[in-house]
Design a protein around this ligand. Sequence first.
Ligand code: A2H
Length: 257
Amino acid sequence: EGVGPQEYTAIKIELLEWTDMMKKLLAEGSKVFLLAATLRAETMPGQTNCWILPSGQYGCYKGPGLEVYVCSHRAARNMSFQDILQPWGKPYCYMEVSGQELLGKKVKAPTTKFDHVFVLPLPTIKMDKGTGVVTSVPSDSPDDYAAYMDLMKSDKKREFFGVKKEWVVPFDLIPIIDVEIDGEIRTMAAQYMCEKLGVQSINDRVKLAEAHDTCYKLGFDKGVMSTGPFTGQPVKKAKVEFRNVMIQAKQAFTYSE
Ligand code: A2H
């Protein structure tokens, strides 16, 4: 990781099913959003689920108007220094919520074709990076692909985490970017690279790092959007424009850390 500040796009993923504590404490008309930090806003039409750390502790923070933002306490403090949350340095927290409590809840992933997707567990989430919430794009992120396939294919893994089959299986990968790898156009770079390198699970750290490097570099240099309003445009260009469209639609905002 670099030394300078990292600029993230925070994607607002609406929590469609509230916890009992939310029902008790939040005003009617409030909207609760999980905030997912990403570097790849242009991939958002490919979201199939949202990741949380089951053992992670999150806060429900007062955002603008009747909006409530769920993220790590560290990220919330950070956002208060950037005038996204108030008051400065000590943002208002309605309540805590654990990753475990969020597991299996329905959420609305903006720009996707799904009317809802589910919150699923990702044990490799670091609570001291981003918001502690990660949105999942298994077509283009090797980490997401490996974790998603684990849950898709393994009854044991689902049982271990308490994940129901119907939270995973109906949500197929969505091709969003065409990229030439090994002399041919690949419609889902992460799937191609993970299969090529024989990634078996999220524990294949070395192979995953290699898949990630290839997808990231080639996706940026040679990727062309294959869905959405910027179809046919290079990723390099669509990246900024797609992010701006989401910001204008109040589906996202930028922050740095
Ligand atoms: B990216 P950097 Cl399609 N723990 O978003 C683990 N991973 C986290 C995280 C955390 N606390 N916070 C964010 N991330 C992930 C999309 C994506 C991402 C694609 C391809 C690659 C990719 C969809 N998931 O990232 O270390 C988020 O996943 C590859 C690294 O701060 C975020 O962007 O540079 C990225 O890592 C931020 O990583």
